[in-house]
Design a protein around this ligand. Structure first.
Ligand code: FAD
Length: 395
């Protein structure tokens, strides 16, 4: 058991913090108000080696451990949830899935440019009628000669207008229920593919979220990821990685709430003293601090299991559930501490509150994780190693 950051991890945290302070913080209020996603920042992140931080060097990444990815996500979400979400879907849900399940040809063609940040990846699972209940998805992929012909629609897809490659899930055999779902790499340039951003979101307004449409899209059979029928398993394994990044990002959201709130506590006075001197305000600050420290322990524990190449569905689910709940509560308390000023965009905390809601919904809602944890505790759910595990960190 080692609770120390390595020198490399400390350096990484400083790099991402400096990046966030310089490239995100000064502009984010305006981007959020305009609903503008600055995709140029992804190129800058790529330049720093942050779009494939935990992908092995031989596949174009920076070759750091999985907790390095957590540090990147923490620091980015301290700036804004939109940029952490971009890393979550690009690295956590897409690139790490290709690393885990892809053929050598798929790694050469798709993973290397993604890890370098030359191409952007995203993840298309959710449909209008299928969120938590993945098996009720309607998209189909019918084998015709050298291709699978893909038809259907996805919704609430992060980076819908930005990504070059999508990991998409569709039924190849509906009669087999979730054992009939398969995973495909779909390129934006394939005929019959279109996307459309969603307007009117509560939060993550500086991000890009929306719909994907597949109309007779001919996907080469080489783009099938894993075997036919392995899609459900691949999606769930991808979520083990995506959820890890969401949990880490939630720690960054709590950090941001703490920073804004402690500063305001020293600045604002009522009844002749700083509001930080009132015990009920201190209680909210203390809950944020406890939430941050507990969430980090859960996140880094899950990261250590990933480093060892061990199945971590249970630990990652717990980290995601708890960290996102703490972040949502922290953001609510941060607004409370700011009083009426917290209710306006003069201060960033109203954006934190709006942003902190989606992570309680995506990558497994609060309720889904609650059920999972109860089932593990009751012995109804047990995990076995997968036929292909995420590779252990080679150090
Ligand atoms: C900003 C944002 C970005 C997203 N990005 C992506 C993305 O990149 N790719 C992608 O594929 N998806 C993405 N999603 C979709 C997200 O993963 C889904 O919204 C999520 O899985 C929940 O599905 P749903 O919205 O259909 O809710 P539903 O599954 O319809 O759930 C509705 C409510 O019922 C509850 N519920 C459902 N089943 C149960 C049960 N068995 N027991 C108790 N309660 C239950 C839920 O907890 C929830 O409160 C994104 C969503 C958002 C908001």
């Amino acid at each position: 058991m080692n609770f120390d950051y390595s020198a490399e991890q400390l350096m990484l945290r400083k790099t991402v913090r400096d990046f966030t302070d310089k490239e995100i913080m000064p502009y984010i209020g305006e981007w959020d108000a305009k609903g503008y996603f600055n995709k140029e920042l992804l190129k800058k992140l790529a330049h720093l080696g942050l779009m494939g931080v935990c992908i092995p060097e031989k596949y174009g990444g920076s070759g750091m451990d999985y907790n390095a990815l957590a540090i990147v996500c923490e620091e980015l979400e301290r700036g804004d949830t939109a940029f952490r979400t971009a890393v979550s879907v690009h690295t956590g849900l897409n690139s790490m899935s290709i690393l885990q399940w892809g053929t050598e040809e798929q790694k050469q063609k798709y993973l290397i440019p993604q890890a370098k940040g030359d191409k952007i990846g995203a993840f298309g699972l959710t449909e209008p009628g299928a969120g938590s209940d993945v098996a009720s998805l309607q998209s189909t992929a019918k084998k015709e000669g050298e291709y699978y012909v893909l038809n259907g629609q996805k919704t609430w897809i992060s980076l819908c207008d930005t990504a070059d490659h999508f990991l998409v899930f569709a039924y190849t055999d509906k009669s087999k229920k979730h054992h009939g779902i398969s995973a495909f790499i779909v390129e934006r340039t394939m005929d019959g593919f279109t996307s459309k951003a969603t307007k009117g979101k509560l939060g993550i307004r500086a991000g890009n979220t929306g719909e994907l449409f597949f109309d007779q899209v001919k996907v080469p059979k080489e783009n099938l990821v894993g075997k036919e029928g392995e899609g459900f398993k691949i999606a769930m394994a991808a979520l083990d990685n995506g959820r890890f990044t969401v949990a880490a990002g939630a720690c960054g959201q709590i950090m941001a709430c703490l920073e804004a709130s402690t500063e305001y506590c020293h600045e604002r006075e009522t009844f002749g003293k700083e509001i930080g001197r009132h015990q009920l305000v201190q209680q909210m600050i203390a809950k944020m601090e406890a939430g941050l420290q507990m969430s980090r322990l859960l996140v880094y524990r899950a990261g250590e299991l990933k480093n060892k190449g061990v199945r971590n569905t249970r630990e990652t689910s717990l980290a995601k559930w708890q960290a996102c709940d703490f972040a949502n509560q922290s953001a609510d308390d941060a607004v409370q501490i700011h009083g009426a000023y917290g209710y306006s965009n003069e201060y960033p905390v109203e954006r934190y509150l709006r942003n902190s809601k989606a992570p309680v919904i995506y990558e497994g809602t609060r309720e889904i994780h609650t059920i999972m944890q109860a089932e593990y505790a009751l012995g109804y759910r047990k995990d076995k190693p997968l036929n292909k595990m995420l590779p252990a960190w080679e150090g």
